[in-house]
Structure formats: structure tokens, C-alpha cells
Design a protein around this ligand. Sequence first.
Ligand SMILES: C[S@@+](CC[C@H](N)C(=O)[O-])C[C@H]1O[C@@H](n2cnc3c(N)ncnc32)[C@H](O)[C@@H]1O
Length: 268
Amino acid sequence: MNKDNKYYTNQNREAWNEAMPKHQAASKEELDQLFSTPGYICQKDKNLLQVLERIDVQGKDVIHLCCNNGVELLSIKNMGANRCVGIDICDEAIEEAQERAKKFNIDCEFIRSDVYDISEELYNSFDIVHITAGCIGWIPDPGGFFKIISDLLRVNGIVLIHEIHPFSEMLPFDDNNIEDRLKIIEPYFRDEPIVENCSLDYVGGTDYAAKTHYWFVHTVSTLIMALVNNDLRIEYFSEYAKDISAGHKKQEELNAQIPLSYILIGKK
Ligand SMILES: C[S@@+](CC[C@H](N)C(=O)[O-])C[C@H]1O[C@@H](n2cnc3c(N)ncnc32)[C@H](O)[C@@H]1O
């Protein structure tokens, strides 16, 4: 079968609908407890917090793509943002986000949608498009994705990305038995997605044979060119030896000083 973007994103939607109840069993109660404190902010990463402070989200209109259960967006609203919209393809994740926003009276809209199908009514409506850990790997076509990001932004709006560094995808994951954690075991350049059935329950840690899902490793140059080709000027780029994937803690602990995450800001 000739697989197009839709094929991949539909398969990934099913895999995420299967995974979310497992995440919820492990975390829903605790998250409700945390958000019951007015103004709760879940972001703990110092690098991201510094950047969020510097760009100042107060009064800004923000859209978070691949927002999962919305906790990061609820927190951005709690930091003082104006309109907040979260988009995710997963039915179960969006339901949880909507439920929590309502329960704690945090004014965020959550929309279940493939990022490739975002309504044009939302174009030219945002000061910030936000993307966080584990979004870009689900995206089959970065060029098309950043075109939509650019369309969502007003002129002078920014895309703020805090993501897993593609370099780290060459190294063994924490659950791999390979002794040398710094051994390069995967290629950096790939034409095809990685086809996986591994557990997506990085929250509760249950092991199960997941529905087939597709993960794309996009190189730094692919990402930079996807921004540049869509009228997004790179304003800030910083790399960190900090794992935000929950899969490369061992390399972080080794203090190997290899790039595990990055923050990038592009301005329209
Ligand atoms: C690893 S989670 C994001 C986690 C988030 N940064 C957090 O820490 O909660 C990836 C999310 O991307 C969503 N996703 C994957 N492909 C998508 C697509 N094509 N459109 C919208 N959301 C998508 C999945 O449903 C999932 O909720």
C-alpha cells in the first residue's frame, strides 16, 4: 500500500487512543489534585521556564499542537496567557483536557483534530504556536506541518519548540540492554518512519504490545529548512544535555554532554 500522511496519522491516533487510558490510570487523579491548586504550573524544566519568562506569555494568544491531555497549556493559561487553544488527534486525551479545564475553571479550548486538518478559521490568530516533547516525531511531513504553523501565526508571532534532539535517536533507549550507552546503533538519516509496536505507556510504565504506530526522525537541517521555507526566521536555538524524552535518562546521568533536547524559536 502506498502510505500517505493520513494513513500514518490515523494509525497513530488509534495507538494513542489505546495508550491514554493507561496514562490516565497512572496519573489522572494526581493531575486533578495538582490543578486543584489555583495557578498550578506543571512545567519544571528550567531551560523552558527561562524562555517562557523571557518571551512573556501574559496576554498572548497561544495554540499548543499535539497537546495530549493539555496540562502544559492549562499551565500556560495559569501563567497569564489570553486565548489558549490545544489541538490533539487523540480522542481520549482531548476529553481528559476538556474535563480538567471545566473542573478547575481554566479557560482553554481543546479541539480534537489532526494537525494537518486544523480549521482555517484559526489561521492568523495566534502570537505563539507551542510544541513540546514528543510532537515532531509523529509528524510525517515537516514542510506541510510548518506551513500550517506559519498560517496559524500573526505577523511577528513566534513558534516555540521544546523538543527531543534527533541526535539522541541514534543511541540506545533506556530499556535497551546494550551496555555501552554511547554506542551509535541507529542511523541519523532515514527515508522511512520507524514502525513500532512498543508500549506508549511512559507514564504508568505498563508493557503491552501496542497497535502499530509510526515515528519519524527528522534531522536538525530538515527542521531548520522547514521553518525557513515557511517564512519563519530563526531567532533562538539552544541545545541541552537534558533528557526530555523519558527514554535517555541513562545518557543524561552519564553526564556525557551530548545533545538530548533543544529549544528553538522561529518568528513569522
Ligand atoms: C508524546 S505526546 C505529547 C506529550 C506532551 N508534550 C506532554 O508532555 O504531555 C504526543 C501527542 O501527539 C499527538 N499527535 C500525534 N500525531 C498527531 C497529529 N497528526 N495531530 C495532532 N496530534 C497528534 C498524540 O495524540 C499525542 O497526544
